[in-house]
Ligand binder design. Structure first.
Ligand code: F0G
Length: 470
């Protein structure tokens, strides 16, 4: 697979390397533990990487959420926090930044993405309705279910095949969606829940052509489209690199066009927006905004802070503008592709094309001898930690949870271990260490045994479940 993004950076034709558009001003020491220490730590953590102490981790690829390094300008913004309970000037900066970059009219701040998901799900979903989307995300779907909705996956089939090289594996299958409208009645569909990029599919993008066609279809049926904009900067970078007619457009221009086909968005600002905490909701419809602005005071905080401190909102306003710059997104995705290319060169099974925010190891490809109900991806995350102290996360059967109707495990086609790369945090040398550890774990794959679950919490079990060796 050749990565168009890399080609433009000159990695393939001769060696003209790209580098990050920043230098490092402050460092945070990390340390390597011994194999014995990690063996003890992983048992204490019940083989769940969420339950490890971060001090026991060497390179932390658990998530790219809230783990970004902020810039000197963002840290300066922290000192400009206006901590007034109401009407903080930082809120107005945030509001202006969202309006300017994403183009929506009305903005409601929330403490993080799931706070926004809670509000929009409660506002828009009537019990018994369907919520179609391009693959589920854990917290998104749970909030939709808690509001009485049933999520329906309408992503294209290619998204479920790890080695399929479709350039826009996040696309909605419009036939599947139209069939749902016809079979269930469009009045029984709350809205289309669109995400770019698609986290659970491996950080895969949605094309502009697809969102445009989606808008037209939804207009015919009178259904709204709301966007999970969490990693839209990365999505727009892929459009720039892969979709005809966008090579000369900036990520910011592409984003504006993409958002114009949707009615609003919710955001986990802890990703693209380069902050450690924060989120927002933005919609064009005034009446919906009025409802959301009223609800936010119940669950998050006043509508001019929504659970964030003034200083957080200032850092966020600056991060919104910084993160959307082409050179920032290119360096961010470029680092992910660098790691992906190393693994592909060694024939290690990963989701392809490599996505925007991390590498997704195909655990079924690593461990064909471990049945899915012995948690191959959970096992792989534990093995990687044991080998080198690199921490990833399960994105397979544990994350998929149980079917609320039958109580059985859901068996997703994708059984993945995700290594999400924090933005502006690790160097190319860290990526080399990660790749070499993955290779060592892959080489030992035939001796590896699965796990059994010994503790299972009711909601979002992957965060707190505990395991033992099977
Ligand atoms: N939507 C997407 C696509 C996400 O990836 C996340 C979080 C959320 C919504 C929820 O946002 O965490 O701010 O409440 N994803 C994190 C991850 C947890 O590691 O992928 P949140």
């Amino acid at each position: 697979m050749d990565h168009p993004a890399f080609k433009t950076m000159g990695q393939q034709a001769g060696r003209r390397s790209w580098a990050e558009p920043w230098k490092i001003k402050m460092v945070e020491p990390i340390h390597v533990t011994s194999r014995e220490e990690r063996e003890q730590a992983v048992v204490e953590a019940g083989f769940n990487t969420f339950l490890l102490r971060s001090e026991d981790v060497y390179i932390d690829l658990l998530t790219d959420s809230g783990t970004s390094a902020m810039s000197d300008r963002q840290w300066a913004g922290i000192m400009l926090g206006d901590e007034a309970y109401a009407g903080s000037r930082n809120f107005y900066h945030l509001e202006e930044a969202v309006q300017a970059v994403y183009g929506y009219k009305h903005v409601v701040p929330t403490h993080q993405g799931r706070g926004a998901e809670h509000l929009i799900s409660q506002a828009l979903i009537k019990p018994g309705q369907f919520v179609p989307g391009n693959m589920y995300f854990t917290t998104t779907r749970l909030h939709q279910e808690l509001a009485g909705g049933t999520f329906v996956d309408v992503i294209i089939d290619e998204a479920h095949a790890p080695a399929n090289l479709h350039p826009f594996k996040g696309d909605v299958d419009l036939d599947k969606l139209e069939t749902l409208f016809k079979e269930k009645g469009a009045e029984n569909v709350s809205y289309v829940s669109l995400a770019g990029t698609v986290n659970m599919a491996g950080g895969q993008p949605v094309s502009m052509a697809n969102v445009k066609a989606l808008r037209a279809l939804c207009d015919r049926y009178g259904v709204h489209v709301y966007l999970d904009a969490t990693r839209m900067y990365e999505n727009c970078f892929f459009i720039q690199q892969r979709e005809e007619g966008y090579a000369e457009k900036s990520v910011a221009q592409i984003l504006e066009e993409f958002c114009s086909y949707t009615d609003g968005a919710w955001m986990s600002a802890k990703k693209d927006n380069l902050v450690n905490i924060g989120g927002w909701l933005a919609v064009n419809d005034y009446d919906l905004f009025d409802q959301l602005r009223n609800m936010v005071v119940i669950y998050e905080g006043l509508h001019t802070y929504g659970g964030m401190a003034g200083r957080d909102m200032e850092a966020l306003a600056i991060g919104i503008a910084e993160g959307v710059q082409d050179d920032q997104v290119r360096a961010r995705v470029g680092q992910v592709l660098y790691l992906g290319d190393l693994l592909l060169d060694w024939d290690i099974p990963i989701v392809q094309p490599v996505g925007g925010h991390g590498i997704f190891l195909d655990a079924k490809g690593f461990y064909p001898h471990i049945p899915q109900d012995q948690f191959p991806a959970q096992t792989l995350a534990a093995e990687l930690y044991l080998d080198s102290g690199v921490r990833g996360m399960e994105r397979g059967i544990v994350s998929a949870g149980r079917d609320p109707q039958t109580g059985d495990h859901r068996y997703p086609a994708l059984e993945l271990t995700r290594l999400a790369i924090p933005r502006r945090v690790y160097t190319q040398a860290h990526m080399d260490v990660v790749a070499e550890s993955i290779r060592a774990v892959y080489e030992a794959r035939e001796q590896t045994r699965g796990l059994r679950m010994v503790y299972e919490p009711k909601y979002l079990r992957f965060f707190q479940a505990r395991f033992e060796r099977a």
